[in-house]
Design a binder for this molecule. Structure first.
Ligand code: GUN
Length: 282
């Protein structure tokens, strides 16, 4: 039976520390960090994530601004709003919730966010710096995953890590962070042959594919650390991960639940990144 990696409890501990830092910095600088979140359209999942981000900012005593734009907003209008927030001295972090409607070029939008306000760590210069091992803003979900692993008693150095999924937001950056922590890292994906044989060999398995329950017990080695990044809404309304939790938790050493695993840590790392951008600016 696995031990549960409780992302919710760990998040609360980090958020409490962040709240104390915010209070301290507020006394010193006379203002609190401010996070601006832009949401285009009304994708229900995005809406729920954005609500969580704004609420969490409030919990730690940060200011936030929510900019809600219709699905039909033009790319230029969105770029103009980003430029205004970039120039606004009262704003420390700018985040555009993804995905965007198909008529808006995601690359254009990501490139437009000022590097020093890029709390998501998606700007190409942040990505380059991450891969070069230079100081940068680390993307929230990968950063949270490393904290979740650190909360177990498993040392990453020398271990075999398999990341299933190769997205820019999760798969690629988390692989780099695991490499930095001295794991031997494999990135697997939808075209990987004999995936189960590969994942079974993993000491650390990160599932970030967006397919409900695709990682079954037959794909997990005895005692592995299993990190489930998936947040999938089933037709019956239930929220499940990419990992078949009931089966895999009989076999893994450690496992993150969904909900209550990676999700809350992602938001907590966003708060941390916002705090870091604020401090750098002072
Ligand atoms: N959509 C899914 N995950 C994320 C994230 O971490 N940041 C943003 N901006 N959009 C997302």
């Amino acid at each position: 039976m696995s031990q549960i990696i409780d992302g919710k409890a760990l998040s609360l501990a980090f958020r409490t520390e962040i709240r104390d830092r915010v209070a301290e910095l507020s006394a010193r600088y006379g203002r609190v960090p401010c996070l601006a979140v832009i949401m285009v359209g009304d994708n229900p999942a995005s809406r729920s994530y954005v609500r969580g981000k704004i609420k969490a900012a409030g919990f730690v005593g940060m200011d936030s601004r929510l900019v809600e734009l219709p699905e039909t907003v033009s790319e230029q209008r969105l770029l103009d709003i980003i430029a205004e927030l970039n120039a606004d001295a009262g704003v420390d972090g700018v985040l555009v919730q993804l995905p965007l409607p198909p008529h808006i070029r995601e690359d254009r939008v990501i490139d437009a966010i000022a590097l020093e306000k890029d709390v998501d760590g998606f700007h190409p210069m942040n990505v380059a710096n991450l891969w070069l091992g230079r100081p940068c803003t680390v993307p929230c979900t990968p950063k949270g995953i490393l904290r979740l692993i650190a909360s177990t008693d498993i040392a990453i150095a020398g271990k075999r890590a398999v990341v299933v999924g190769r997205s820019n937001i999760v798969g690629k950056p988390v692989a780099k962070l695991l490499l930095d922590a001295q794991a031997t890292v494999t990135i697997a994906h939808s075209r990987t042959e004999n995936l189960a044989a590969l994942t079974r060999e993993a000491d650390i398995l990160v599932a970030a594919v967006g397919r409900p329950g695709m990682i079954g017990a037959d794909m997990v080695g005895e005692g592995a650390v299993v990190i489930d990044v998936g947040i999938n809404r089933l037709p019956d309304g239930r929220l499940v991960g990419d990992v078949d939790f009931d089966a895999v938790s009989q076999k893994a050493g450690w496992i993150t639940p969904v909900p209550g695993g990676v999700g809350p840590m992602t938001i907590t790392m966003l708060l941390e990144n916002t705090l870091e951008c604020f401090i750098r600016k002072q």
